[in-house]
Ligand binder design. Structure first.
Ligand SMILES: *[C@@H]1O[C@H](CO)[C@@H](O)[C@H](O)[C@H]1NC(C)=O
Ligand SMILES: *[C@@H]1O[C@H](CO)[C@@H](O)[C@H](O)[C@H]1NC(C)=O
Ligand SMILES: *[C@@H]1O[C@H](CO)[C@@H](O)[C@H](O)[C@H]1NC(C)=O
Ligand SMILES: *[C@@H]1O[C@H](CO)[C@@H](O)[C@H](O)[C@H]1NC(C)=O
Ligand SMILES: *[C@@H]1O[C@H](CO)[C@@H](O)[C@H](O)[C@H]1NC(C)=O
Ligand SMILES: *[C@@H]1O[C@H](CO)[C@@H](O)[C@H](O)[C@H]1NC(C)=O
Ligand SMILES: *[C@@H]1O[C@H](CO)[C@@H](O)[C@H](O)[C@H]1NC(C)=O
Ligand SMILES: *[C@@H]1O[C@H](CO)[C@@H](O)[C@H](O)[C@H]1NC(C)=O
Ligand SMILES: *[C@@H]1O[C@H](CO)[C@@H](O)[C@H](O)[C@H]1NC(C)=O
Ligand SMILES: *[C@@H]1O[C@H](CO)[C@@H](O)[C@H](O)[C@H]1NC(C)=O
Ligand SMILES: *[C@@H]1O[C@H](CO)[C@@H](O)[C@H](O)[C@H]1NC(C)=O
Ligand SMILES: *[C@@H]1O[C@H](CO)[C@@H](O)[C@H](O)[C@H]1NC(C)=O
Length: 667
């Protein structure tokens, strides 16, 4: 199903097990787990033939005394580095390794940072001990780096510098189950960079960050070179063979908030949902059996006992997403006591206003989280509604009236107490005029708004605040911050508010032009946050080298382009029921697909031109499923299905459409 020259390959994808992966040329994950540097970025001192170490194991470069080479992999990578040497001038010869994601922190004395202060220590290899391959200890697996420097203090001949790529340990790295393509190359690159970001954040659960400085290092401490900070990636953070974490370099821990953006993007790309389940189980194992409270973050961060009203709810949302993408009813049944007990904890903080009173400040490192906070209440409203859907699956009817009452009251109270009709935005709480990005984006996403006009007002007001580098989050303190995490929810808000063009524009400005193409970035994975003025300072941290450049919470566009632009919406678990409603904005072509346990979902739409009308369209859903089609303004019929059917569109819509491959016939 493709209108252009690829039609044979595309139909092969449909009817056979996936052999070749469509649009594989965009996938950033390496073909082999043994990878070599791509470019010599810089040489200091005298190093002969450094370029011979690029691309393979058969080089010969000689470091003369104090000297160094900085290699560029031209994208973020991660893993365990080995250096092969043939000879050294002294038994006391060492080669030090330093790593950094951003070019800003290339340094011969330290790596970029993982702790609150300082820079990370150099890993020294004792290469003077004889010819052979020297491999760093596994606890020094560096989860994400684009630049690797080798710093020598003697004369040493090196024949190979290789990295054992340890991310996404159980995945066949390039065997994606989903794909996306459109006529805007920037958006194509963003989709695949989001997918790759989540691969870099997927790790062997025995090699999480041990956080040895947690709680005993303060951000006011002054650690400056030559003093550096130790780092160990050897904490066991979950059971199983792989888990998803927040970031490849840092924190390398399980964070439920981050999962709410990462999991849908994992679903549409690699479909590695076992890793999601392992992360979820680790969070659930930390639930307080008495109160039902879930942790702010996973092991070992959970030792701090931090309470977060929003991150607590994100674990419950994680259960819902996991069920929606896998249809695993047995699993849902097994964690249903966790869900009800967890939701009960949150509902216990609802006061006489109808809103939850947040009594702990911990969230995504925004400030001013407390009281009748709009974001926390919108997330609660969303979680209750997810819970009602899950209760229906499990026939747990006894809970429906109780939860529905809470949800109804939250919606009316939030609109009565926190809505500002003049600005077209909700206030953070009733004691402030600050209108946050998080709560307003979540108000649309959760359907806390009363009608489409109210959602459209929020969408317009948020657009009016954009700058050259993206959308601001005024709730995140000073300097003004751009959060790709919260902006991922804002993107969905624009799609839901029937403003797809705003979503596409924001993806281009924030994700493509800045987060991919700025030379300080990795050109492959997405940074966790930065300043509204484009400086790579993220307000919650005093230590700029600490910022993570591969954060799954920044991967929102990947799922949103598949769900909204390509129009493939799951309306029940695994898409047993679905809705097909493509919205292309100024795109003229889109072709995308993903898989669930029921089969493949795929769509392809061609427009007559920019902002034109549909000229050709086909889509496919698995046999045995049914769905709705929405193609506003289109006159014609859908032909095909699994029986050569003809379904006439009525007002551009059709209901109860069966699975199969359908083609639009205009007129
Ligand atoms: C090289 O550096 C290492 C680590 O600091 C040190 O132990 C060793 O003595 C140095 N060797 C030379 C030849 O300077
Ligand atoms: C090489 O020298 C430049 C210029 O002094 C410096 O910025 C860079 O950090 C050095 N690189 C290494 C790996 O020491
Ligand atoms: C890479 O690391 C993995 C995990 O430790 C290990 O199983 C594999 O043998 C390593 N590969 C190489 C080439 O060293
Ligand atoms: C991590 O590795 C360091 C260095 O070998 C060691 O001191 C520490 O005990 C290890 N921690 C864990 C949790 O294994
Ligand atoms: C569970 O919460 C209760 C009430 O706050 C507290 O007393 C108890 O220590 C918690 N249990 C664990 C295992 O943290
Ligand atoms: C939540 O799930 C974990 C792991 O499945 C389990 O150990 C724990 O007892 C559950 N808590 C509740 C309240 O059901
Ligand atoms: C209400 O919101 C403002 C702005 O975010 C914040 O400064 C204030 O602390 C919040 N109130 C509470 C009780 O958290
Ligand atoms: C929320 O609860 C705290 C602690 O009980 C209380 O001090 C505060 O006044 C409450 N906030 C609101 C807005 O009711
Ligand atoms: C819920 O009820 C329906 C209809 O009786 C039944 O088909 C389904 O198996 C039930 N689901 C569960 C999880 O028990
Ligand atoms: C919901 O159920 C809980 C627990 O039984 C109860 O305390 C609460 O009053 C009920 N709330 C509503 C709105 O029905
Ligand atoms: C709405 O916001 C404007 C601008 O911040 C403010 O002047 C006005 O008082 C707000 N209205 C309400 C009802 O809070
Ligand atoms: C959103 O809420 C409105 C009522 O305010 C309701 O009519 C509509 O069906 C809801 N939308 C969804 C998708 O649940």
């Amino acid at each position: 199903m493709r209108f252009t020259k690829r039609s044979i390959a595309a139909s092969a994808l449909f009817f056979l097990p996936v052999q070749s992966v469509l649009y594989e040329e965009y996938i950033l994950a390496p073909a082999s787990r043994t990878i070599y540097p791509s470019v010599v970025h810089q040489v200091n001192g005298t190093v002969s033939n450094a370029k011979s170490l690029l691309g393979g194991p058969n080089g010969s470069a000689t470091f003369q005394g104090n000297s160094s080479v900085t290699f560029d992999f031209t994208k973020n990578v991660g893993g365990v580095v080995s250096v092969t040497v043939t000879s050294s001038s002294t038994a006391d010869a060492f080669i030090g390794l330093t790593y950094t994601e951003s070019s800003l922190w290339i340094n011969g004395q330290a790596s970029d940072a993982t702790a609150e202060v300082g820079l990370d220590e150099v890993v020294w290899l004792p290469v003077g001990q004889g010819p052979g391959t020297y491999t760093v200890a596994r606890y020094h697996d560096r989860g994400a780096f684009r630049y690797l420097s080798l710093v020598s203090n003697a004369t040493t001949e090196v024949t190979a510098v290789s990295t054992n790529f340890t991310a996404a340990p159980v995945q066949d790295l390039r065997a994606y189950r989903g794909f996306f393509h459109c006529d805007d190359e920037a958006l194509n690159r963003v989709w695949y960079a989001g997918a790759y970001t989540n691969q870099i954040c997927n790790i062997d659960p025995n090699y999480g960050n041990a956080l040895v400085h947690l709680g005993n290092m303060s951000s006011s401490e002054n650690i400056s070179l030559p003093e550096t900070v130790t780092w160990y990636n050897n904490a066991t953070i979950a059971n199983g063979s792989s888990v998803i974490t927040d970031g490849g370099k840092r924190d390398r821990e399980i964070w439920p908030g981050d999962m709410s953006v990462a999991v849908p993007s994992i679903f549409v790309s690699t479909n590695d949902l076992d890793s999601v389940k392992n992360s979820l189980n680790s969070l659930l194992s930390l639930q307080n059996a008495t109160t039902g409270m879930l942790p702010y973050a996973g092991i070992p961060f959970s030792d701090l006992g931090v309470v977060s009203f929003t991150y607590h709810l994100y674990s419950l949302i994680g259960i819902s997403y996991y069920y929606q993408y896998t249809g695993d009813v047995a699993y849902l049944q097994s964690v249903w006591p966790n869900f009800t007990k967890g939701l009960g904890w949150s509902l216990g903080f609802i006061d006489s206003t109808g809103l939850m009173n947040v009594t702990s400040s911990a969230d995504w490192l925004r400030v001013g989280m407390g009281g009748h906070n709009i974001e926390a209440n919108a997330i609660l409203y969303y979680t209750i509604n997810q819970g009602l859907d899950l209760a229906a699956v499990l026939n747990e009817t006894y809970i429906v009236a109780n939860w529905t009452t809470y949800a109804t009251n939250i919606k009316s109270a939030a609109n009565a107490l926190l809505w500002n009709a003049t600005t077209g935005l909700y206030h953070d709480n009733e004691t402030t005029l600050l209108s946050p990005q998080d709560g307003n984006a979540w108000a649309i996403k959760s359907n806390l708004t009363l009608d489409s006009a109210q959602s459209a007002a929020i969408s317009s007001a948020l657009q009016a605040r954009w700058g050259q580098y993206g959308a601001p989050a005024p709730e995140a303190g000073s300097p003004l911050t751009v959060s790709p995490f919260i902006s991922s929810f804002e993107l969905e808000g624009h799609f839901l508010a029937s403003a797809p063009q705003a979503a596409l524009d924001l993806i281009r400005v924030q994700w493509a032009d800045f987060m991919l193409d700025d030379p300080r970035m990795t050109n492959s994975t997405f940074i966790e946050g930065y300043s509204f003025d484009g400086s790579l300072h993220y307000a919650p941290y005093t230590n700029d080298p600490r910022v993570s450049h591969a954060h799954g919470w920044s991967s929102g566009p990947t799922s949103l382009l598949s769900f909204y632009v390509a129009g493939l919406h799951l309306e029940s678990a695994e898409g047993a029921t679905w809705r097909f409603a493509p919205v292309l904005g100024d795109l003229t072509y889109v072709h995308a697909g993903f898989q669930t346990g029921l089969g493949s979902f795929e769509s392809e739409v061609q427009m007559t031109g920019v902002n034109g009308s549909i000229s050709a369209l086909s889509f496919s859903t698995p046999a045995g499923t049914t769905g709705r089609v929405s193609l506003p303004g289109i006159v014609g019929s859908l032909q095909g299905g699994l029986g050569g059917y003809n379904v006439v569109l009525v007002d551009g819509a059709a209901e109860n459409v069966s699975g199969g491959t359908w083609t639009l016939v205009l007129g």
